[in-house]
Design a protein around this ligand. Structure first.
Ligand code: AMP
Length: 465
């Protein structure tokens, strides 16, 4: 069943599909539309380009009753850009249903005009969590009649710290509603959200096309200890090195390698069990939000790391046992992206390599590494050649100060005038908050945040690294 006509869709929707030239369903649509049209909760793993917007758009328009002037469908998106795209797509699908009122409500836009257009309830709202929450709180928006709630790109919304806002929104809308959750990845947090907010959901995972399946390439390089720093720097200098995890067996070595990389101009940080919890949190935040390019860690410390699709993992020393080795290489090549796992192995470490070979039963893929002529180290000191794309700002306030991600996003996109695209992950802890900003704009953001206010108050803000 791949033809839309096989679905019990309103003739007006079939007509729109015809105008748009959508004849056959995409795999996500084929699997999600039947249960969605039956009113079931659905959790679907779907990326941009999969046709997910049309899937939930058709479903919410099918159950819409235009004659009832109430808010019936709410779509939450991580960014204004996505909310605009989704609104456009739904408007096109609704083109043949007269009088559908759809409103886009996003943060970073003045509140006044939004309040003015809310004098009559719209049928559909597409927006970002912070602003939608604000309207529900002010009662400028009424959620009592909502039949369908869509969480689009749910993984990104969690990354941006919208989890609390979403929970609060759900507490303010009709108890009985259908929840449709779309997410490109399924980390544990997404499963937890689904369990919290969905009832017996139908789970849909669309097989990624064969070429998009995670593929891990392994390389073993024989290099003596004295050359390891040069070898590592050379490997990390490649494009994949922009987000890489380096494993060492010992804490001492973790610190030494991170320091050496720092000297050579990499934004690198160390992570090991000797560090205070607060420092560990900070390092993990900075690596996850892309303001640290290289994380050097012990196996134990890296266990808590929840980062998808690292393009490169390097074993600076070979793991003591094959199981640990397998664990390490499994940190790359996730979520449909290929990964590269490189192991540096000295002649003394050869027996450990032989163990791995024996256990896997396949010859190890050794490759030579020709070291580039020495550049008179540390030649690159101070030049910082391999900077991460983002920079982290720390705000000395957090949940205890009732600071929410939306407040930070609002201050940056509003008063500070930044574009939402230049703002990365926002993490709010009890007493501190971190926000990643595109490196080139970080100083501007810092100045603006210092000069302006967040949620009407002045907090201390500083930049890391
Ligand atoms: P999305 O994954 O929602 O971002 O959509 C990806 C693109 O596919 C959009 O440009 C849609 O217009 C288009 N599209 C969605 N469904 C179909 C379909 N059944 N046939 C052809 N194109 C589609």
């Amino acid at each position: 069943m791949t033809d839309f006509h096989a679905l019990p869709l309103k003739p007006a929707l079939l007509a729109s599909l015809e105008t748009l030239g959508y004849t056959t369903m995409t795999p996500v649509q084929e699997q999600s539309l039947p249960p969605m049209l039956q009113g079931r909760d659905v959790i679907a793993q779907a990326q941009t380009g999969s046709g997910k917007t049309a899937a939930f758009g058709l479903s919410l328009l099918q159950s819409l009753d235009v004659d009832t002037i109430r808010l019936q469908a709410l779509v939450l998106c991580p960014t204004r850009e996505l909310a605009d795209q989704v609104s456009k797509a739904i408007r096109k699908l609704a083109a043949n249903i007269p009088n559908v009122k759809l409103l886009t409500l996003c943060g970073g836009m003045p509140l006044g005009p939004q309040l003015a257009s809310l004098t009559h309830d719209p049928h559909i709202v597409v927006g970002t969590p912070g602003r939608v929450q604000e309207h529900l709180k002010r009662e400028s928006l009424h959620g009592g009649g909502i039949k369908v709630l869509v969480l689009d790109e749910a993984d990104r919304m969690l990354d941006m710290g919208f989890s609390e806002a979403i929970d609060d929104i759900i507490g303010r809308i009709a108890k009985h509603h259908q929840t449709l959750l779309f997410s490109a990845t399924y980390p544990d947090e997404i499963r937890a959200v689904s369990q919290r907010v969905q009832k017996n959901p139908v789970q849909i995972t669309v097989e990624a096309p064969a070429e998009a399946k995670p593929a891990i390439e392994q390389q073993f390089i024989e290099v003596e200890p004295a050359q390891k720093p040069d070898a590592l720097a050379q490997l990390l200098g490649s494009e994949r090195g922009q987000h890489a995890l380096v494993f060492c067996n010992m804490r001492r070595e973790v610190d030494a390698v991170a320091q050496e990389l720092d000297h050579r101009g990499f934004s690198a940080l160390a992570l090991h069990g000797d560090m205070e919890q607060r420092d560990r949190d900070e390092v993990l935040v900075r690596f996850a939000n892309r303001s640290c390019a290289v994380l050097v860690a012990t196996d134990v410390a890296a266990r808590g790391l929840d980062i998808v699709a690292l393009p490169l993992v390097v074993s600076y020393d070979i793991a003591h046992d094959p199981e640990t080795h397998t664990h390490r290489i499994g940190r790359t090549g996730r979520a449909g992206q290929s990964g590269l796992a490189i192991t540096l192995c000295s002649s003394r470490e050869r027996p450990k390599a032989a163990n791995i070979e024996e256990l896997t039963g396949t010859p190890l893929p050794w490759r030579p590494l020709k070291l580039a002529p020495a550049r008179g180290l540390p030649a690159s000191r101070g030049k910082t050649l391999h900077l991460a794309p983002m920079k982290t700002l720390v705000i000395d306030a957090g949940r205890q100060d009732k600071l929410r991600p939306g407040d930070i996003l609002g201050a940056l996109t509003g008063e500070a005038g930044l574009d939402a695209n230049d703002i990365g992950k926002i993490d709010v802890f009890a007493t501190r908050a971190y926000v990643a900003i595109s490196r080139a704009l970080a100083n501007k953001a810092l100045e603006r945040l210092r000069a302006g206010k967040i949620k009407g108050r002045n907090f201390r803000v500083r930049s890391l690294g």
